[in-house]
Design a protein around this ligand. Structure first.
Ligand SMILES: [Zn+2]
Length: 114
C-alpha cells in the first residue's frame, strides 16, 4: 500500500520572506552601530598612543635640554631604557609622525588627532 507523503514544508514562502526581511532590518540597524562603536574605540586607542608619544617627546626634550624645534627620532624615544619600551601601533594601521617638540605627534589616519 502506497503511503501518502506529506509534502507540506514547515514554512510558507511568505513566512520565510518575512523572516529574511526582519533579519535584514535587524542587521541594518545593528551593523552600522557596531562598526561606529569599533571605529570610536580604535580612535580612542590611537589618541592614547599619541598622548604617550607626546609625553615621551617631552621627557626626551627635557632630559636632553632640547629646544622646542628639535625633532626626536624613534631611536631617541624607543627602547628598553628609553621613554617608550616599544613603538605604539595605530589599531587601524596608521603611521605615526613624531614632529617637532612643540607640535603634537600625528597619525596618518584623518580623525586620529589629539
Ligand atoms: Zn591612528
Amino acid at each position: 500500500m502506497h503511503q501518502h507523503q506529506n509534502l507540506k514544508s514547515g514554512f510558507t514562502i511568505t513566512e520565510l520572506l518575512i523572516c529574511v526581511a526582519i533579519i535584514g532590518i535587524i542587521l541594518g540597524i545593528g551593523v552600522p552601530a557596531i562598526l561606529a562603536s569599533r571605529d570610536k574605540s580604535q580612535q580612542t586607542t590611537c589618541m592614547s598612543n599619541l598622548l604617550a608619544i607626546n609625553i615621551a617627546k617631552r621627557g626626551w626634550a627635557t632630559d636632553n635640554l632640547k629646544p622646542e624645534t628639535a625633532q626626536p627620532t624613534s631611536a631617541d624615544l624607543i627602547g628598553p631604557t628609553k621613554y617608550m619600551k616599544s613603538m605604539p601601533e595605530c589599531p587601524t594601521g596608521g603611521t605615526y609622525t613624531f614632529r617637532q617638540i612643540w607640535q603634537r605627534p600625528q597619525c596618518s589616519i584623518d580623525n586620529h588627532t589629539i
